[in-house]
Design a protein around this ligand. Structure first.
Ligand code: MRU
Length: 375
């Protein structure tokens, strides 16, 4: 992707590659405390993804790429052959952290391709440099990708009104300006007067803890609601649009996102409110025909029975599917960095992915120092 001049500075950066290690905001402790953790080995990065120190589909892709780069940087391998033997275990440790967000696997695959190429020609130092650089590129691309999504999505927002989102699809979740919140940020930047209705997003409270925090930092008006107020707010006719992020979009447009998204989409349809998904091309998984094949992460029931270690329910069975799937028929449009996909999604998404691949080839042929086979 060509660099685009940033129009909005990210208000917060959830992850950084530093000489001391990979530094992440501990999102579990927001908004009460802004704490940074430093990870010096790939196992630590994998644990941080699994334990939700960092979360949000694109951001965990960045974390996985940096984790792999860290693993290679600190490997004790004394030859390319030894590193080649160790590399799959490093990738596997990162890939096994969370099953639903496809950005994670997209980033791991991209690092694998980079490794294969660097290992063909280079020595150990060159391979390390190459993987650190690739993780940096994956990170840097988030800003321009999110801004492009924002520009395509902003005209779909009301001129003056309320929009609903779900979970946190902001800077904390992408390491850019956010996907759903990126659309809202660009719309506000362009002069639209928006108030964001933020469902708290039980059980993990990404809406209450993270989205409310991000929007408040940005000075964007918001109203926090509990999840069981969603129907009421959509019914009273005061919501102009819904815009949410995604963890995986199947070839037919079915979209997995944070648990609770599906019920918002159903209620939005009932009350004629357009429901949009904002997601980068890296979140599209055209290898999956429909949402039925998207793996849904089941998280600990303790995240339901407890809030921050405090028990709020008796010791009973509790379920915690972390995501649900919204059928494509409820989605008015999927906003990507290559444009808006409209139904039928089988055609529109395939077209955008093909365009994206063509663009990549065009950029790689214009950049001889980065061989085309790497992309
Ligand atoms: O469990 P989480 O917090 O990682 O879930 C995050 C979401 O569901 C987001 O909406 C999604 O990843 C899109 S982030 C741009």
């Amino acid at each position: 992707m060509r660099p685009i001049k940033p129009i909005i500075k990210p208000i917060v950066q959830p992850i950084e590659w530093t000489p001391a290690g990979v530094v992440m905001i501990d999102q579990r402790r927001l908004p009460a405390e802004l704490v940074h953790n430093t990870y010096t080995d790939y196992q630590g990065v994998a644990g941080a993804i699994r334990d939700m120190v960092i979360r949000g589909a694109p951001a965990i892709g960045v974390a996985a790429a940096m984790g792999i780069a860290l693993g290679v940087q600190h490997s004790k391998a004394r030859s390319v052959a030894e590193l080649r033997a160790e590399f799959p275990a490093i990738c596997e440790a990162l890939a096994r952290t969370r099953p639903t967000a496809v950005d994670l696997f997209w980033a791991v695959d991209r690092m694998k391709r980079r490794f294969a190429e660097a290992a063909q020609a280079g020595d150990l130092a060159a391979i390390r440099d190459s993987l650190i650089a690739e993780a940096g590129r994956i990170h840097a691309e988030k800003q321009s990708v999110d801004e492009a999504i924002g520009r395509f999505g902003a005209p779909l927002m009301p001129e003056n009104g309320q929009v609903m989102t779900q979970c946190n699809a902001g800077a904390l979740a992408t390491a850019g300006i956010g996907t759903a919140l990126g659309v809202i940020r660009v719309a506000v930047e362009q002069g639209r007067k928006l108030r964001v209705i933020v469902p708290e997003t039980r059980p993990y409270l990404q809406g209450a803890r993270l989205t409310a925090w991000e929007l408040a930092q940005d000075g964007i008006p918001l109203t926090l609601i509990t999840d069981n107020m969603v129907g009421h707010f959509l019914k009273t006719g005061k919501i102009g649009a819904v815009v949410v992020g995604a963890d995986r979009v199947a070839a037919n447009g079915d979209t997995a996102n944070k648990i609770g998204t599906y019920q918002i989409a159903v209620l939005a349809r009932e009350h004629n409110v357009p429901f949009y998904v904002a997601a980068p091309i890296s979140t599209l998984d055209l290898s999956i025909a429909s949402g039925e094949s998207i793996p849904i992460e089941e998280r600990s029931s303790e995240e339901v029975t407890h809030i921050r270690g405090v028990r709020i329910a008796p010791d009973v069975e509790a379920a915690h599917p972390a995501f649900d799937v919204t059928p494509a028929r409820l989605i008015a449009g999927i906003i990507t960095e290559r444009g808006l996909a409209s139904p039928p999604y089988c055609e529109s998404l395939a077209r955008l992915v093909a365009q994206s691949a063509a663009k990549r080839d065009e950029i790689s042929s214009a950049a001889p120092e980065r061989p085309a086979s790497a992309r």
